[in-house]
Ligand binder design. Sequence first.
Ligand code: GCU
Length: 138
Amino acid sequence: AAPVTHEAERAAISRGAAESNHAGFTGSGFVNYDNANGSYVEWTVNAAQAGTATLGLRYANGTTANRPMTITVNGTAVASNKAFNGTGAWTSWSTTSLSAALKAGANTVRATATTAAGGPNVDHLTVDAGTTPPGPGT
Ligand code: GCU
């Protein structure tokens, strides 16, 4: 199946705001994390079946300093202090990826800033469940 895109501006935002003043985003905008440790965006994503998925986080960081975030799936960290390095401009967007196990049904994916600078600006999460082998009788 094709990767599914989940916009940050439609997710649960702990501290931050949906904004659209830096071009190049998908959907209607992106999330500007508050410059605070612990600020997060949390998506609920559905998986047709349990398995390993590739998660992609599209972001911009117009500073030259890393804005690390810890990524949790269903409350368990799958990437601690993952780097979100500078992208050169707030209008330059990059995608960083990781693998994570998803369960069948609803899963929560949370990206939490781990420094006082807060997170980068986050555009969206993509979930690629990969190729699904044909089941019996197909
Ligand atoms: C600037 C930029 C914001 C960004 C912020 C930050 O204010 O316009 O989009 O979120 O810097 O440093 O986090």
